[in-house]
Design a protein. Structure first.
Length: 158
C-alpha cells in the first residue's frame, strides 16, 4: 500500500487535528528531555511525565476543529450568546495554545485554571441546560459529565 495515498485519503479536517496533536506530543517530549525530567524520574514516575501530553494532544486536535468545521461548532453555541464566530475562533486558538503551555510548563497553572473554567462554563451554559431540557437523553448527560471531568483536570497542575 502506498503511504502517500493513505495520507491523501485522510480528510483535511482530520489531518489538521493529527498535526496539532502530533506537534503537542513532540514539543512535550522535547520539553521533558530538555528539562531533564526523564532522567530525574524513577520507575513508574516516568509515566506521570506524559500526563500533560496525553491531556494536551487531544485538546489541541479539538482546537483545530474550531477552524476546520467552524459552522458546526458555532451551531452548538446557545442563541443568546452573541458573536458565535468570534467565540469559536477564540476558543480554537486557546485550545491550541493551552496544551503547548501545559507541556512546556510555561504559565501551566494559569492555562490549566483557564481550561478548567472554560470546561465548567461549557457545562453550566450549554450541556447541563441541554440535558435538563431532555433528561431522557443519556448522551447529553454523558457529554455534560465528560466536560465536568475535564474541568477537574486542572488540579493536576497545582
Amino acid at each position: 500500500m502506498n503511504p502517500t495515498a493513505v495520507v491523501a485519503a485522510i480528510p483535511r479536517e482530520v489531518m489538521w487535528g493529527y498535526f496539532a496533536g502530533g506537534v503537542v506530543l513532540a514539543v512535550g517530549v522535547a520539553a521533558i528531555c530538555a528539562r531533564g525530567d526523564w532522567q530525574k524520574a524513577r520507575g513508574l514516575d516516568k509515566l506521570i511525565l506524559f500526563g500533560p501530553l496525553f491531556y494536551g494532544a487531544p485538546l489541541a486536535a479539538f482546537g483545530t476543529e474550531h477552524f476546520t468545521i467552524t459552522a458546526a461548532v458555532a451551531s452548538i453555541i446557545p442563541a443568546w450568546i452573541p458573536w458565535h464566530l468570534f467565540w469559536v475562533y477564540l476558543l480554537g486558538a486557546c485550545f491550541i495554545a493551552a496544551p503547548l503551555s501545559l507541556v512546556t510548563k510555561i504559565q501551566a497553572r494559569l492555562s490549566a485554571g483557564l481550561l478548567a473554567l472554560t470546561f465548567f462554563l461549557f457545562v453550566a451554559l450549554m450541556h447541563a441546560p441541554g440535558w435538563a431540557h431532555n433528561p431522557q437523553n443519556r448522551f447529553a448527560l454523558t457529554v455534560a459529565l465528560r466536560e465536568l471531568s475535564f474541568s477537574g483536570g486542572r488540579w493536576r497542575w497545582r
